[in-house]
Design a protein around this ligand. Structure first.
Ligand code: 0A1
Ligand code: ZN
Length: 866
């Protein structure tokens, strides 16, 4: 080991869940004094520290890039020999059981390109501390189980930074000499340091209020650049709806007198739930019809809710350590998903959520970065803000809610919140509260926290006409994942129904619990063979394989009364045809075309649901169905089927496209559904190859009074090579080049385009004057989108891989967190042919060979090679 360390860069240390130890010192109170300036900010911290337990270990305060300019204990300045630094942390031996520690450090926020700690964004100063950013601001035990009461004083130039915000309640404000001013904020709720936040800047406020269930009035503020104020109405409505929903559904009331949200342009993730002061990536706050699509509107609503819900699931009850991340994230995603479903369509929301889960989480779970929702180890915790922790974590909570039923689930969540309020809890605490409050044994179910990998379930139905019974045999396997070669059987709740094909009715929806490797269930009273509807509502996050025929699937696509199962039958119908074609068979597509026609002409169906079901599975999803992904064959087969569907159903597409043209913009569910269907119709119309297709798309692009239709038309044109393509891209660019969030769409649309020259186009866009590595949204819009464009990214030459690797290498020097999030697409090499696999591995090796590579990228790239 010593040898290895001397010849190669030191491998980042592995942190293990099993090594958890309670903190040696507690910090009941902290007072912070910030003298703010983008070039040089001074931070004075005063900590009350108390020894935790009987030990003689020194006080250890984490630090990352900090230099202590002064260290005092109980008012006395220490000599340099009385403290030392160890891996950035400040170590101070202390004799007594409680002391007052004071430190002084200086920061340079304007040169903080990592966007962790205190940084500058568009003239603002703001913070991001989760997971380990607080140690870049001041010396402190940077772990979530150290909870403190914060008092924060800020002073800054009043003209440049007229608004000074921090967690909790504002206490006082004062003018200072030399045009400066100060503000003091107090947060009465003890919190871990990852929830600390401050913002300073020239901000305007959308101010409103909310009266809580106990009659307290809370002042709400959404703070943005003055010019963006008109784009904050949807976020404010979402906030008030979320507050009311959490009271109604979970009995949870907001607890401070103020709740502030700030939008910033440069942000690594989506948003952050800092206590009483949520900080958002501006793309999840700002929305108006001119610039935001319906997906953007829904994103704003969902993320505002998510961060607000964290006030209970995350802040009042926080995590003991970062291995418990899914405790707050899985639960909070589950909560925001249900909120959004209540605000719109349950059916469509479930379909969207499952599509996201399959696209992001199933891929993760089947590759080298697979991990359980409660991981056992990590090198860099930022790499664990994953689809597994968030989305699979939410599915695990959803299964518990299903098994318990609404009432007992609520009893469990009440017990959890009451029992752990003000504490740093574990996933086990949550499960135990559900078990007790909900009166259920979750013994075997706990394996969902322990085992990675998406379970496969084979469901075979056999009919016995003599006994008039059917037997359903279920068999489960959980695939091997890194570090977990052998798996135990899971407890899998499968909502199931058996349909009588003669009547189109089923005999009741049952929850079957699959707990053994193989299990059979017998149902009687079936003279004729029924059709199986299984995993209805996607009751478990598993892959189900059945022996249903295309005729069975077509039947379900027309009759299943569970909307998810109906959608799923349609998708499976399409998958079967496409997978056959990809394998070179001349599979009959008649059932698909009939099913789409029937769906389009069924007047009882919600247009948004129709739009979801008639969509062909994505190229990536088709790849997931194959052992070895063939991106070119997938593209060709899907493209051909799309053209055929477009041509065969042409009158319907034209009719729908004409009929769904709205008069004036509205954000109602009905209006959103109409736009979704209209865009789907346009898509097929153009895909058919009809001569007037590009002109119709260009017409929609030009006439639209909203971004949903404009961007959809642009995206459709971008897939082709018509003159309208270039014209529309130019018009879009000229119209929006000054608006960063909208210009992101211009980059993204081209990066997503199913166009033979996509790689060259993305390469050129990387050199465009409006491209910058400094803004994570811009990076994701170009390279993140491109890496999700299977056909383009996996170009047989490997040039797509090189392009993304170049970006990772350059970005790692500025912003390792965002760079690391681009690595996973390169790690899926085992699923591709030898040629592509070698090219992908070569790029991973090239990345790893870079001197001074971050811990973030090192972890992702080295695990990806294994
Ligand atoms: N807790 C946040 C996610 C988040 C995590 C890390 C961040 O730092 C870069 C930012 C946000 C959430 O779940 O919304
Ligand atoms: Zn969250």
């Amino acid at each position: 080991m010593a040898d290895m360390l001397s010849t190669t860069a030191a491998a980042p240390a592995v942190i293990r869940r099993a090594d958890y130890r309670a903190p040696d010192w507690l910090i009941p109170d902290i007072a912070l004094d910030f003298d703010l300036d983008p070039a040089l900010t001074r931070v004075e911290a005063t900590l009350s520290v108390t020894r935790n337990g009987d030990h003689d270990r020194p006080l250890r305060l984490d630090g990352d890039g900090l230099v202590p300019l002064a260290v005092k204990v109980d008012g006395r300045t220490l000599e340099e020999a009385e403290w030392h630094l160890e891996a950035g942390a400040l170590i101070i031996p202390l004799s007594g059981d409680s002391h007052r520690i004071e430190t002084l450090v200086e920061l340079a926020p304007q040169s903080n390109s990592k966007l962790m700690g205190l940084y500058a964004s568009g003239g603002l100063l703001c913070t991001q501390c989760e997971a380990e950013g607080f140690r870049r601001i001041t010396f402190f035990p940077d772990r979530p189980d150290v909870l403190s009461r914060y008092s924060v004083r800020m002073s800054a130039d009043k003209a440049r930074f007229p608004i000074l915000l921090a967690n909790g309640d504002p206490i006082e404000q004062a003018d200072l000499p030399d045009g400066r001013h100060s503000a003091l904020w107090n947060d009465p709720f003890p919190k871990p340091c990852y929830l600390f936040a401050l913002v300073a800047g020239d901000l305007a406020c959308n101010a409103d209020s909310f009266v809580t269930m106990s009659g307290r009035e809370v002042q709400l503020g959404i703070w943005v650049k003055e010019a963006d104020l008109p784009r904050t109405a949807h976020a404010m409505k979402a906030l008030k709806d979320s507050m009311a929903w959490d009271e109604r559904v979970y009995g949870r009331e907001y607890d401070l007198d103020v709740f502030n949200i700030v939008a910033v342009a440069d942000f690594n993730f989506g948003a952050m739930e800092n206590k009483g002061l949520n900080i958002f990536n501006s793309r999840y706050i700002l929305a108006d019809p001119e610039t935001a699509t319906d997906i953007d509107y829904d994103g704003v609503e969902g993320v505002v809710a998510h961060e607000y819900f964290h006030n209970w699931s995350g802040n009042r009850v926080t995590c003991r350590d970062w291995f418990q991340l899914s405790l707050k994230e899985g639960f909070t995603v589950f909560r925001d998903q249900n909120f959004s479903a209540d605000m719109g369509s349950h059916a469509v929301k479930r379909i969207e959520d499952v599509r996201i889960l399959r696209a992001a989480q199933f891929q993760e779970d089947s590759g080298p970065l697979a991990h359980p929702i409660r991981p056992e180890s990590y090198m860099e915790i930022s790499n664990f803000y994953t689809a597994t922790i968030y989305n699979k974590g939410a599915e695990v909570i959803r299964m518990m809610a299903l098994m318990l039923g609404a009432e007992r689930f609520r009893a469990g969540s009440d017990l959890y919140f009451d029992r752990h309020d003000g504490e740093a809890a574990t996933c086990e605490d949550f499960v135990a509260a559900m078990e007790e409050g909900g009166q259920i044994d979750l013994g075997q179910f706990r394996r969902w926290y322990e085992q990675a990998g998406t379970p496969h379930v084979r469901a075979l139905l056999s009919h016995d006409p003599v006994a008039q019974s059917v037997e359903l045999t279920l068999e489960q396997t959980v695939p091997a994942t890194p570090g977990q070669p052998d798996k135990q059987p899971m407890a899998i709740p499968l909502r199931t129904a058996l349909f009588d094909p003669a009547t189109g009715q089923h005999h009741g929806d049952e929850l079957l619990m699959l707990t053994e490797p193989k299990q059979s269930f017998t149902f009687t009273g079936f003279a004729a063979a029924p059709v199986l509807s299984i995993n209805r509502g996607f009751s478990a996050p598993v892959i189900v394989e059945t022996n249903r025929s295309q005729a069975d699937l077509a039947f379900l696509s027309a009759h299943d009364d569970d909307p998810f199962a109906r959608y799923e039958a349609m998708q499976q119908l399409m998958v079967n045809v496409l997978i056959g074609r990809i394998a070179g068979q001349d599979t009959d597509d008649g059932a698909v075309i009939d099913a789409i026609r029937n769906t389009l002409t069924d007047p009882a169906l919600d247009p948004a649901f129709v739009a979801e079901t008639i969509r062909l599975p994505s190229e990536a999803y088709l790849g997931d169905q194959m052992k070895i992904v063939d991106p070119d064959a997938i593209h060709a087969a899907r493209d051909a089927l799309q053209t055929k569907i477009g041509a065969e159903l042409m009158p319907l597409w034209r009719d729908i496209h004409a009929k769904t043209k709205a008069n004036a913009f509205s954000i109602s569910s009905a209006a959103k559904g109409a736009r979704k269907l209209r865009n789907a119709a346009l898509h097929y119309l153009v895909a058919s190859g009809a001569q007037d297709g590009p002109a119709i798309a260009f017409g929609q692009f030009s006439e639209a009074d909203n971004m949903t239709e404009r961007q959809a038309a642009l995206g459709t044109l971008a897939n082709g090579s018509s003159p309208e393509r270039e014209a529309a891209l130019d018009i879009f660019y000229n119209r929006y080049s000054a608006d960063a969030l909208t210009l992101d769409k211009w980059f993204q649309t081209q990066a997503f385009a199913l166009h033979p020259d996509a790689v060259e186009q993305v390469q050129a866009l990387g050199q465009h004057k409006d491209f910058t590595l400094a803004n994570p949204n811009r990076v994701r819009s170009l390279y993140g989108a491109f890496a999700g464009n299977q056909w383009a990214f996996h170009h047989g030459s490997g040039k797509g891989y090189a392009l993304v690797a170049d970006c990772i290498i350059a970005l790692d020097k500025l912003n390792p967190q965002t760079a690391a999030r681009l690595v996973p697409p390169l790690g899926r090499w085992k699923r591709f042919d030898e040629g592509r696999a070698a090219l992908m591995r070569a790029q991973l090796q090239r990345i790893l060979a870079q001197p001074g590579l971050s811990k973030d990228v090192t972890e992702q790239a080295s695990k990806s090679l294994e």
